[in-house]
Write a new protein. Structure first.
Length: 108
């Protein structure tokens, strides 16, 4: 993620953007860090950091998404709970994952 943010900030600087232009590009870098993985194989992504693991799709029993909206114009947060036979995994994101989950699993 840090590399993506730096790359976006450097690109904005090369385009002659000022402080706010670089800041905006840097903040958008947080939103697009997943682009780093689009050309990676699963084994490359898993091997990137010690402790990474894969969850077999057949182990997923249920996926719940809850939204926490900020009425004052702040960021919405989405909480994802994945139920497996060994327990629950919880994740938090600023982006609505429901369309992606529906595409991947057909009903999340």
């Amino acid at each position: 993620m840090n590399e993506t943010v730096k790359m976006r900030r450097d690109k904005a600087a090369a385009e002659g953007k000022g402080f706010f232009g670089k800041w905006k590009a840097q903040m958008q870098g947080f939103n697009t860090y997943t682009d780093w993985y689009k050309d990676k194989t699963p084994d490359q992504a898993l091997g990137e950091t010690p402790g990474n693991y894969a969850l077999d799709n057949s182990a997923i029993r249920n996926i719940k998404v809850n939204e926490d909206s900020n009425d004052e114009g702040g960021m919405d947060l989405y909480y994802i709970e994945i139920s497996t036979p060994t327990g629950k995994l919880n994740f938090k994101t600023q982006y609505d994952p429901r369309k992606l989950l529906q595409t991947a699993y057909g009903g999340a």
